[in-house]
Design a protein around this ligand. Structure first.
Ligand code: GLY
Length: 334
């Protein structure tokens, strides 16, 4: 088993990556905890072996369950069970589970400790690390949430054995992203080393900018197009699949701005191809509609588009007025 520290002073915590390491959870349960609330989904089907008094709380599947209603339902069932501030919550599942479990933990009794146990590749390399929690509103994804760092993150790659093909792709969409954020070339790495390399990059970025005042925005590489199409009904792409197309699109935007050359664009495509990722949206998005959605992105400033773009100084957030470049770059991914 390998370990890496998320260095955040008194909020520092370890991320463990290995095989058959779910038993490690026990080590991070505080002695004060009398009860352990395990939040998961029915189909995850993983039993954590915990000696302390524990109870499983399930949440629904699908984006509609990623709601404040799920957060409130959890909190209410914790009250029923008698969960107190000295107890602890475990989020056991994909990004949706760890986001909702940690969101509920962050507001229950004004904040309860949480351990994240991600069971998807996407969760291990991104969602479970860094303390962002969130729920959707009808108006958009992850529009409400908190920053609430976990006490530990335990990534047991054995839990990925039954991961469906599409979920692997989603995870690899995020893995591809790290190739442009300073990760070593992970092609040829084992699964554990791939997860570790992504975690290393993410923990470094989170340690520099926990609350996304600046640098942390680069973790959104490829996400502006992804978020836009995720808002559109009809696009059947899952998050990581949309991120992959978004990375290709971001390379095109950077190319049309003269920030990167053809070789670098080709390198983006080579990485996406290596992970067998989708390169096109699969259906057309009206360019004017796309511009409107881009302008509503959380990163955007009034009257400007903001994209995370590659360039001589690496990947960085860039704000600009000219929507024509964004329209032109769309041609390649339509
Ligand atoms: N998933 C982006 C972040 O953690 O900042």
């Amino acid at each position: 088993m390998k370990a890496i520290k998320v260095d955040l002073a008194e909020r520092s915590y370890p991320v463990l990556v290995g095989e058959n390491c779910l038993g490690e959870v026990e080590r991070y349960l505080p002695s004060s905890a009398k009860r352990v609330a395990i939040v998961t989904q029915e189909q995850i089907g993983i039993d954590l072996q915990i000696e302390k008094n524990h109870k499983v709380f399930t949440i629904g599947t699908g984006e509609t369950s990623k709601s404040i209603d799920s957060v409130i339902a959890l909190c209410r069932s914790w009250v029923d069970w008698g969960l107190t501030r000295s107890d602890i919550v475990i989020g056991l599942g994909g990004g949706m589970v760890t986001d909702i479990a940690a969101f509920a933990a962050s507001i229950y009794h004004r904040g309860l400790e949480v351990i994240n146990v991600p069971t998807t590749l996407l969760g291990m390399v991104d969602a479970a690390i860094g303390g962002k929690t969130g729920a959707n509103l009808p108006e958009g994804k992850n529009l409400i949430g908190t920053f609430w760092q976990p006490k530990a993150v335990i990534c047991d790659v054995d839990t990925l054995q039954t991961l469906p093909e599409r979920e692997w792709k989603c995870g690899y969409g995020e893995v591809a992203k790290y190739h442009f954020l300073g990760a070593d070339d992970m092609r040829g790495f084992s699964l554990i080393d791939t997860v570790m390399e992504c975690v290393k990059v993410k923990t470094r970025i989170v340690a520099e900018d926990e609350r996304e005042a600046g640098t942390r925005a680069i973790l959104n590489y490829g996400h502006t197009l992804a978020h836009a199409i995720e808002l559109e009904n009809g696009f059947a792409l899952a998050h990581g699949e949309a991120v992959a197309v978004g990375i290709r699109y971001a390379a095109q935007v950077a190319f049309h701005m003269g920030r990167i050359g053809e070789e670098r664009v080709a390198y983006h495509e080579e990485i996406l191809n290596h992970y067998g990722l989708q390169m096109k949206l699969g259906e057309r998005i009206d360019p004017q509609r796309a511009l409107l959605l881009f302008s509503r992105d959380k990163k955007s400033k009034p009257g400007l588009f903001t994209f995370v773009l590659d360039g001589d100084l690496g990947v960085e957030p860039v704000s600009f007025y000219d929507g024509n470049i964004l329209v032109k770059a769309l041609e390649v991914v339509q």
